[in-house]
Design a protein. Structure first.
Length: 381
């Protein structure tokens, strides 16, 4: 699982917006060093300071860009790296006083908007803008209010653009999940409808055709006793055929009733295949089925809730789902590569899973493994 985590982190880093931010950082870094040489700054300590600060800024950005941090509390570490990133930008600006260095805080503003609400982001970014240009004005003994307005507008533009992108991405992912849930539910309803129709046909065959064939067999048996010679032979042959037909009808009714199961696997595949994140790795026997529609729906909803929890609360990139028969029950295991706090508590979603499972005689076992939450869902069949 660790190799999969490393791969997912690389995918996060090489996202288009992250590449653009790092490219901008590289251009500012190179331009700063170039201007330092043009200004005949010869102090090697100053060069070391600037290089170290730029590297700290980049390292903090890369850490924040990871969708999965596995050290301690994810939100706390992200806040730490954002703070370090901002302090590095202020330190560079305080030392060099180049006008274009405020682009570093523009990048920071775009990043922070992904983790705060719009109102919080606006307040934080406005505070950063005021502090930045207060620092520049203090260092140069001159009020740079026009520059503050111009660069401030760039900060707000980056903030609003990133917020809009975040909102659109969230809406697209939500629509994709809802579509997958609807398709899975539709598949489940189709299977339930087939099961109902098979049961109806089996009942009609048994009650109507079976009844008439039984009556016919009795009549032929009576006729056999009342006839002699060639006629009796023909009646006996018809009686045997009627009994064979009756046995065939009974076999057909039994087959229809035994095949009246719901192929829940197809519904689960429809649910998991279109989930944008986390990526679901499914390991299940395609022949796995459930007779009871309520139990099939319970299993589907529990899997749906576990996927939602992995995405919203654990920040997982990958999720592994396996299902198997075990002692007249279906055992479903769900685990991801996300992070769950050691002091996590059950929410309404997990309580709802337990209520559904209790209603149909099932159980839910939760355990924390490698900082991830593992679900063991058992449903008797």
């Amino acid at each position: 699982m660790s190799s999969r985590r490393q791969k997912s982190k690389k995918d996060d880093l090489f996202d288009a917006k992250n590449i653009a931010a790092l490219s901008t950082w590289g251009a500012i870094f190179a331009l700063s060093l170039y201007l330092m040489t043009r200004l005949s700054i010869e102090d090697p300590i100053r060069y070391i300071q600037i290089v170290v600060l730029f590297l700290i800024y980049a390292a903090s950005f890369i850490a924040v860009a990871q969708e999965n941090l596995t050290w301690g509390n994810f939100a706390h570490w992200r806040a730490v790296f954002l703070a370090v990133m901002l302090l590095a930008a202020f330190s560079i600006g305080y030392i060099l006083l180049f006008d274009f260095l405020s682009i570093l805080t523009i990048i920071w503003a775009a990043v922070v908007s992904y983790y705060l609400t719009l109102r919080q982001s606006v307040v934080v970014v406005l505070t950063v803008i005021l502090l930045w240009f207060a620092m520049i004005s203090f260092r140069q003994n001159e009020l740079h209010w026009i520059q503050a307005i111009l660069y401030g507008s760039f900060h707000m533009f980056a903030l609003l653009l990133a917020t809009s992108n975040k909102r659109e991405r969230a809406i697209a992912e939500q629509l994709q999940r809802r579509n997958a849930e609807l398709q899975a539910t539709q598949k489940l309803l189709t299977e339930a409808s087939k099961q109902t129709e098979r049961t109806r046909i089996a009942r009609d065959l048994h009650d109507l055709l079976g009844h008439h064939l039984t009556a016919l067999a009795i009549k032929l048996q009576v006729a056999s006793r009342l006839t002699e010679g060639e006629a009796k032979s023909q009646v006996d042959e018809c009686h045997v055929i009627a009994k064979l037909l009756l046995n065939d009808v009974r076999d057909a009714v039994s087959t229809l009733r035994e095949s009246g199961t719901i192929n829940v696997v197809q519904a689960i595949k429809l649910l998991t295949e279109q989930v944008p994140k986390p990526k679901v790795h499914l390991s299940v026997d395609d022949s796995l089925s459930i007779e009871n529609i309520t139990k099939a729906e319970t299993l589907l909803r529990c899997i749906q809730e576990s996927i939602t929890n992995s995405m919203k609360h654990a920040g997982a990139d990958n999720l592994w789902l396996s299902m198997k028969y075990d002692d007249k029950a279906i055992i479903t295991q769900v685990i991801d590569d996300g992070h769950v706090d050691t002091h996590w508590r059950k929410g309404n979603g997990i309580r709802g899973m337990e209520e559904r499972l209790n209603a149909c005689g099932g159980t839910l076992l939760l355990s924390r493994k490698d900082s991830s939450l593992e679900y063991i869902i058992t449903i008797p069949v």
